[in-house]
Ligand binder design. Structure first.
Ligand SMILES: Nc1ncnc2c1ncn2[C@@H]1O[C@H](COP(=O)(O)OP(=O)(O)O)[C@@H](O)[C@H]1O
Ligand SMILES: [Mg+2]
Length: 214
């Protein structure tokens, strides 16, 4: 089952970042994108997750060209099927961790999975204000928030940046397990080669092109 297919994408801001980028993601698959800082990894992830429109090229999500979807259709796909984990997590600061997840519950009409909170080791801190949590705890709350809505595709930009190596690799395993159990797929941007190689395929963004290296 194909979740995402991108053909000949190019994008530029002041200068061309990359061109002719193609990739495809099936259910239960994971893809890592590595590359030097400034090579355009985050920009590529923003294109694939519909946050930015490519200068040229086509993106299909669930076998439908996103350029041909209405604004409303696209908003629903984004709300119900795409889970985006940002480098800097945008949790609601005045709220508790629990309240942040409840927002996700309401929007997606799906319920918080307590097993998930235990696996992420945040079950004990759910009633604390976000601002009282460590960076690593906040990152895990933001991961729980995204998984609560049960997305079909997880887009993750350095999702383990604030975590120590062991926690990072446990979080990666959790993502893989999630994809396996929910017929979902993941596209991960990271500068960490070890984490990247845990994914099924690894691409490198270099010299304005995306190369398959594993
Ligand atoms: N919204 C934007 N406007 C102008 N330039 C941008 C914008 N977003 C990113 N860039 C530039 O594009 C280049 C690639 O950025 P980015 O995709 O964040 O790279 P990476 O994630 O690989 O570090 C950088 O030089 C960055 O300054
Ligand atoms: Mg980046």
């Amino acid at each position: 089952m194909n979740l995402l297919s991108a053909k000949n994408l190019s994008h530029s801001f002041e200068y061309e970042l990359f061109s002719n980028v193609s990739l495809s993601l099936d259910a239960k698959e994971s893809i890592a994108i590595i590359g030097m800082s400034g090579s355009g990894k985050s920009t590529l992830l923003h294109l694939l997750s519909t946050l930015l429109t490519p200068k040229s090229g086509e993106i299909e999500l669930f076998n439908e060209n996103i350029a041909q979807m209405s604004k409303k259709e696209l908003a629903l796909v984004k709300r119900d099927k795409l889970g985006i984990v940002f480098q800097s997590h945008y949790l609601f600061k005045g709220f508790t961790a629990q309240e942040n997840l409840e927002v996700s519950e309401i929007l997606s009409q799906k319920s918080i999975d307590n097993t998930l909170l235990n696996k992420l080791e945040i079950a004990q801190c759910m009633h604390q204000k976000v601002t009282e949590l460590s960076g690593g705890q906040q990152q895990r709350v933001s991961i729980a928030r995204v998984l609560t809505k049960k997305p079909s595709i997880i887009f993750a930009d350095e999702p383990t940046g604030n975590l120590d190596n062991q926690t990072a690799s446990e979080v990666m395993k959790l993502f893989f397990e999630y994809c396996e159990q929910n017929n979902a797929g993941m596209i991960l941007v990271t500068h960490d080669n070890t984490l990247a190689h845990m994914c099924k395929r690894v691409y490198k963004l270099e010299n304005k092109a995306l190369k398959l290296i594993k």
